[in-house]
Design a protein around this ligand. Sequence first.
Ligand SMILES: [Zn+2]
Length: 162
Amino acid sequence: MSARPFRIGRSTTGLGMFATERIPKNTRIFEYTGRIITNEAADRLPGKPRYLYDLNKKFTLDGSPRSNLGRYANHSCRPNAVDYTYRGRVYVKSLRAIDPGEEITYDYGKIYFNAFIGKENCLCVKCVARREKEAGSSPKLAAPASVRAEKRRVARPENTAT
Ligand SMILES: [Zn+2]
């Protein structure tokens, strides 16, 4: 595997990171780089900075510099990679074998997800599939409320004797 087994390209959410060769399972793909700032400094950054990575109670990694190609890896609720820290540095490794052309994604975590993405906006395969499923069970096909209530009553174990 080469030192950079990926390229940056168009994805459903703008830019994304795509494998250019097969990446075996449990393989380090890239380091998430940037400048280390104090948490207080991170809190004072203007706007809603998107590329901050909590290192510990004191320091945050600001991954906004363009030299940090890791910032192009998108979030997924069903990721094929995962972030981890090792000796104060942040890396992303594969969770399974990744094929050439596949987008490399990792889970950004709950705090980021709730602040910036949200269940209704997430464009990962899992969320898109979930919304399609929800849209498929349209309200007009559902049973009237009275019928549904009846079903719930019947389903309760204490009513099964009647
Ligand atoms: Zn999602």
